[in-house]
Ligand binder design. Structure first.
Ligand SMILES: [Zn+2]
Length: 118
């Protein structure tokens, strides 16, 4: 994903979680969205932006959101986060910081476990 976007919800006073699945006040755990998707969500959700009213949702480039939300120390920790396998963490999965292959593996494993009977 190049230049990921975050979505701030004024109504929930929180960030959209990954996969449009709820909200979080912890920016590191916020969902990362493609720009086109984030803009589409922010411009359409709850009637979209109306002149004279607070926008219900606002799409922000991840880098700009992090620079505004995090102290320098917390930002550095976030940017240097490593996956448990040692690779730089490039994606978020259920709030964990992972590299893309590990996140993909976990998503597939969780899907299959959820599919198991009993
Ligand atoms: Zn990994």
């Amino acid at each position: 994903m190049d230049k990921p976007y975050l979505i701030w919800s004024n109504e929930h006073r929180a960030w959209w979680s990954p996969n449009r699945c709820g909200y979080t006040t912890v920016i590191e755990k916020a969902g990362r969205y493609e720009r086109v998707e984030a803009i589409a969500i922010a411009s359409a959700a709850r009637g979209g932006w109306v002149a004279g009213k607070n926008p219900p949702e606002i799409a922000l480039p991840e880098a700009d959101a992090l620079d505004q939300a995090l102290s320098p120390n917390r930002l550095e920790a976030y940017l240097n986060a490593r996956c448990q396998c040692g690779q730089p963490a490039t994606t978020k999965y259920d709030g964990d910081q992972m590299c893309e292959p590990c996140a993909t593996y976990c998503a597939r494993r969780d899907f299959e476990e959820a599919d198991m009977p009993g």
